[in-house]
Write a protein that binds this ligand. Sequence first.
Ligand SMILES: C[S@@+](CC[C@H](N)C(=O)[O-])C[C@H]1O[C@@H](n2cnc3c(N)ncnc32)[C@H](O)[C@@H]1O
Length: 200
Amino acid sequence: MKALKEIVSGPVFRVLGYRPQTVSVSTWDKEYRQGDWNYLEDIGSIAGQATILGYCQFLKPATILDVGCGAGALAEKLKLLPYRAFLGIDISAEAIAQAAPRADFRTTFAVSPADGFHTDKRFDLIIFNQCVNYFEDPAAVMAHYRALLAPNGRIIVSMCETARARAAWPLVEKHLAVEDAITYIQAEGRGTTKVLRPRR
Ligand SMILES: C[S@@+](CC[C@H](N)C(=O)[O-])C[C@H]1O[C@@H](n2cnc3c(N)ncnc32)[C@H](O)[C@@H]1O
């Protein structure tokens, strides 16, 4: 069924261009309450998270912003890094309530839509893990967050390989240049994680 959907949606995205996967905030909250996203904590979700962890280990960011952080599954993995401050934001209050027990003196979480997050702070690294395909306008979101990067800062975007993600990547890269990328395969899924920098 999933494979069939992919076969049909490929040409649709090629003709119509990118369309977001629309999910209401109340649906996100309900799905987190029901445990629908608990699998992000399972062994089958490690590959994508490991690519981000590896890049973080290399880049050594002191400050990290994780947009669409969900219940903090990635935050938990990144705790072994020597970052100074990690902030996770998500549109779902339920996801952030589930992330809250993971907060500590370096790690905080807040409810915010990606396009409504404003701060005077600047970040060495901004992560979008498996969430860009839900954004109405990925290019505008990347332009917004590019302005929140500290000097020499990077953005990491990771997406499972789907027809929608293939349509989203050019929008992600409209204002950002790819420095490096890893494509991973785990179980029946594959995905790509890219490290990006502002285009000059
Ligand atoms: C597939 S989940 C991934 C969660 C997390 N990044 C992880 O890998 O564990 C997608 C997340 O994006 C969040 N999200 C979707 N649209 C958003 C938006 N416009 N602003 C902020 N978060 C959003 C959802 O609430 C959800 O937690």
